[in-house]
Ligand binder design. Structure first.
Ligand code: ZN
Length: 136
């Protein structure tokens, strides 16, 4: 578990936020996907050595909508690339990390994901992310 897979950024509107990343920063917008289980529309950006995911709330009761309401737009989470996510969840718990998700759930891009509680990670929402097939 050494690589950062992606950084999740909460935005109010993909349409308004994308030009900053594509036109100003010159990143490639790979695709946009609606992840209904998470209540978000996700725009994948190729940031070279790390991917960025812009997260737009798909409904008013989405966790991203609540995040933006409380804290405004900005960095939402950092995702670590893992293999055998079930084992990593057990390992994290053994190491004293409080998990939000005790079992993997489906995330964007066909990934299996599990979030750690920011209380036990110094205020940063960290995600474990296992991809079935490599997209890039
Ligand atoms: Zn993520």
């Amino acid at each position: 578990m050494k690589k950062v897979d992606h950084i999740g950024i909460a935005v109010s509107s993909l349409e308004e936020s994308l030009p900053l990343y594509t036109e100003v920063f010159g990143m490639k917008h790979v695709k946009t996907e609606l992840v209904e289980t998470q209540g978000v529309a996700v725009a994948f950006l190729d940031g070279g050595n790390v991917k960025l995911e812009l997260l737009e709330p798909a409904s008013p009761d989405s966790p991203i909508a609540k995040f933006i309401e409380r804290r405004g737009q900005g960095i939402h989470h950092i995702a670590l690339k893992v293999k055998n996510i079930e084992e990593r969840i057990v390992e994290m718990k053994e190491k004293g990390i409080q998990m939000i998700d005790n079992a993997p759930k489906p995330g964007a891009g066909g990934a299996s994901i599990a979030f750690m509680h920011p209380k036990s990670t110094g205020g940063v929402l960290m995600e474990l992310c296992e991809k079935r097939e490599e997209l890039s």
